[in-house]
Ligand binder design. Structure first.
Ligand SMILES: [Zn+2]
Length: 68
């Protein structure tokens, strides 16, 4: 009996965008593209948007909680 092993492929993302708030959270992309991605930083839990065509990270302020 032999155990089949799948080849392990390691791929480095070509683009790394850092969180504009804390500089720790990272968002990866394979290649530049004309897309914008909104995400939440896992470190500071703030939101930001990355424009992968210009490689700019834009801070997003979530809607302020309405006073109740
Ligand atoms: Zn962050």
């Amino acid at each position: 009996m032999e155990t089949r092993r799948f080849p392990m492929i390691e791929k480095q993302p070509e683009i790394t965008a850092l969180c504009p708030w804390c500089g720790q959270g990272k968002t990866f992309a394979d290649k530049p593209a004309d897309i914008r991605v909104s995400c939440q930083c896992p470190f500071c839990e703030k939101f930001y948007k990355i424009d992968f065509s210009t490689m700019r990270a834009i801070k997003i302020r979530p809607k302020p909680n309405s006073q109740k």
